[in-house]
Design a protein around this ligand. Structure first.
Ligand SMILES: [Zn+2]
Length: 452
């Protein structure tokens, strides 16, 4: 019987002096250790002064290789040190180790394996645990890898772009993101949310590229519009639906709800206060969404009753009876609060008016919407109308330039997800590289294949 297989190690310029041996590490793990020497040729001359170099002692280095038969594999490689023969120079350098990943004590093929895992979307800690490599090494490799992939990429011509701000980390610092609204690719990222960032974007892309841009989508609150107006007056500024609705939700619906709650608390109206409590989500949802949720809740409750409650069994963990009265609750809230009710209905009409594809129709629609809104006399709504009036042309041009709010919202959500996944990136440069890469990665397609 023969229980051995001999396999080439495939490490360039490495000569094994001692076959892999299973040893127990300090932490009690069983690991393979292989010893050998680097056989790479020494330097032909001193890289500083050109004089001959001579051997100057031997050293050893440990590095981690990919696993061997399911165990960690450590390679201990002996290498020479060389010293310049010129006494003034005294330059020293080590013998090359061709299979070593530059900057880290791991082999190149381990570096490759780390990159493959990361490119498949695995996180830092997952990869670290799976390959037993320190997370700092993985992070550094990931960063260098992303930089190499993204640097020198030529940006295709874009007609519609979106510029937006997002929160950096937990603090109050902001960053600017510019996206190609057709592909969803992130084109530019920089800390800060002022005019300056827009100017930096212009100079990064160059005049030739900027000349092809037809329209830019942004938030009405943003600081970028003056930069666009000054430098590229031919590019139309369009206020997209996503940001308008977000603004309406924040400055009208949420503001009224807070005011009402405050008033009720002062007047001792406990019933009204309780009704409004925890209603933020309800007010920001559409009626048909709530109706659908109620239907699901109802079906869920019937199922749980039939399976457990009617038989006297307790509910298993994770299952619960859900309230099927969300729609009714919203109706009650709206019935009891006139201001909220008016504003809730006006938002639906605002969205309907926004779907129009003709500039004149949208202009007329917006005008009559504002007239209606102003008649209500609700102070929060009046100030929203003033903002809309000031930015009316940017809203109306939406009819001409098909800027998809889905893309704008998508980029927003993607950034949030990446930040959450990493528990907040302290390294801003790395965070930006992650966002850029995630925006460019296409959806994963599984190719059917057979082995052998
Ligand atoms: Zn020298």
């Amino acid at each position: 019987m023969n229980d051995c297989i001999t396999i080439r190690h495939e490490l360039s310029c490495f000569s094994v002096t001692k076959e892999p041996e299973l040893v127990t590490s300090k932490t009690g793990k069983e690991i393979y250790v292989t010893r050998g020497i680097s056989t790479a040729p020494g330097p032909s001359g001193c890289p500083v002064c050109g004089s001959a170099m001579h051997r100057h002692g031997k050293r050893e280095m440990k590095m981690q290789d990919i696993d061997l038969l399911g165990h960690l594999h450590i390679i201990i490689v002996a290498y020479d040190r060389y010293c310049c023969s010129s006494e003034e120079c005294n330059h020293t350098q080590m013998q090359e180790i061709r299979f070593k990943e530059p900057g880290h004590f791991i082999t190149k093929r381990m570096g490759r394996r780390i990159r493959i895992r990361l490119n498949c979307g695995a996180g830092i800690s997952e990869t670290a645990r799976l390959l037993s490599v320190h997370p700092n090494i993985i992070r550094e490799i990931d960063k260098a890898n992303l930089k190499a992939m993204l640097d020198g990429r030529k940006t295709p011509i874009c007609e519609y772009i979106g510029i937006d701000e997002f929160k950096l980390h937990k603090g109050h610092r902001y960053a600017t993101v510019v996206t190609d609204l057709k592909s969803g690719h992130v084109l530019f990222l920089e800390a800060g949310k002022s005019k300056e960032q827009a100017y930096h974007f212009f100079s990064l892309m160059g005049d030739e590229w900027m000349r092809h841009v037809k329209a830019v989508a942004m938030d009405m609150n943003a600081q970028y519009d003056s930069a666009f107006r000054e430098r590229w007056p031919g590019i139309r500024i369009v206020y997209d639906h996503f940001h308008l609705v977000k603004m309406y939700n924040d400055t009208v619906l949420t503001a009224i709800r807070r005011r009402k709650q405050r008033e009720m608390l002062e007047n001792g109206n406990e019933e009204g206060y309780t009704l409004l409590k925890n209603s933020r989500y309800l007010l920001l949802s559409r009626m048909d969404t709530l109706r659908e949720m109620d239907r699901e809740a109802h079906e869920n409750n019937i199922r749980l009753h039939a399976l457990y409650l009617d038989k006297g069994k307790p509910l298993p963990p994770g299952e619960r009876i859900r309230s099927p009265y969300k729609e009714k609750r919203l109706s009650d809230i709206l019935a009891a609060n006139e201001d909220l009710s008016v504003c809730y209905l006006l938002l639906e009409q605002f969205s309907l008016a926004y779907d129009v594809k003709s500039i004149t129709k949208l202009y007329r629609g917006m005008k009559s919407w504002m007239k209606l809104a102003r008649q209500s006399g609700v102070p929060e709504l009046l100030s929203f109308c003033n903002t809309v009036e000031k930015h009316l042309m940017g809203i109306v041009y939406h009819a001409k330039f098909p800027i998809s709010s889905g893309k704008v919202e998508g980029v927003n959500n993607m950034i949030k997800t990446i930040r959450r996944k990493a528990y907040g990136y302290r390294d801003t440069e790395y965070f930006f590289l992650k966002i850029k890469f995630a925006s460019m990665r296409g959806p994963y397609k599984f190719k059917s294949h057979t082995f052998l």
